[in-house]
Design a protein around this ligand. Structure first.
Ligand SMILES: CC(C)(COP(=O)(O)OP(=O)(O)OC[C@H]1O[C@@H](n2cnc3c(N)ncnc32)[C@H](O)[C@@H]1OP(=O)(O)O)[C@@H](O)C(=O)NCCC(=O)NCCS
Length: 145
C-alpha cells in the first residue's frame, strides 16, 4: 500500500470507502468541509492506495494542543490485512514529528469491537473523561448527508 496525502480529486472515492466501511458521513464531510479540514491539516489527511485505487483513509487533525483521529477506514475488501495499522502508524509518525503530546479519537458505542484494534496499536480507553458535545447551529450540523 502506498500512502499519500489526500487531495480533493479523491473526494468521491473516499466518501465511497467511508460508506462501505460503515462510517457515518455527515455535514462535516461535504466537499467544502473536507477542503477546510485539508487546508488546516494538509500533512495529516492521508489515503492508502493499492494499484492506484484508494483502499484506506484517515483524517488526522492537530488543534495546536491535541491531535485527533477521524474517520479511519479500510475498504472492507482489504480489511484484516494490516493496512489499518500501517496507515495509523504513518499518521502517528507525522504527529510525533509535529511534537504533539497526546492524540484522541472517538468510537461510537455501536462500533465497540474496534476498541480491540486500537488497543492492539497501544491506545488506552479513558475511564476518567466524559465526552460532551455542543451544536452551535442546528441548521449547520447534519448527522447524515
Ligand atoms: C478499524 C479498521 C480501520 C481496521 O483496519 P484493518 O486494516 O482491518 O486492521 P489491521 O488488519 O491493520 O488490524 C491490525 C490488528 O488489529 C486487530 N483488529 C483489526 N480489526 C479488528 C476488529 N474489528 N476487532 C478486533 N480486532 C481487530 C487485529 O488483532 C489485527 O491483528 P491481526 O492481523 O494479527 O489479527 C477497519 O476494520 C475498518 O475500516 N472498520 C470500519 C470503520 C471503522 O470502524 N473505523 C474506526 C472508526 S473509530
Amino acid at each position: 500500500m502506498i500512502i499519500e496525502k489526500f487531495s480533493m480529486n479523491l473526494y468521491e472515492e473516499v466518501i465511497e470507502i467511508w460508506r462501505k466501511a460503515g462510517i457515518s458521513v455527515g455535514s462535516t464531510d461535504t466537499k467544502e468541509e473536507l477542503e477546510r479540514m485539508l487546508q488546516r491539516n494538509p500533512d495529516l489527511f492521508l489515503i492508502g492506495k493499492i494499484d492506484n485505487k484508494v483502499i484506506s483513509v484517515v483524517m488526522g487533525g492537530f488543534d495546536g494542543r491535541r491531535g485527533y483521529v477521524h474517520h479511519l477506514a479500510v475498504d472492507p475488501d482489504y480489511q484484516k490485512k494490516g493496512y489499518g495499522k500501517i496507515l495509523m502508524d504513518e499518521l502517528m509518525k507525522k504527529l510525533l514529528e509535529m511534537k504533539v503530546h497526546k492524540v484522541h479519537l472517538f468510537i461510537e458505542k455501536y462500533n465497540k469491537d474496534v476498541v480491540e484494534f486500537y488497543k492492539y496499536l497501544g491506545w488506552e480507553i479513558r475511564e476518567d473523561l466524559i465526552m460532551m458535545s455542543f451544536i452551535p447551529d442546528t441548521n449547520l450540523y447534519k448527522m447524515n448527508i
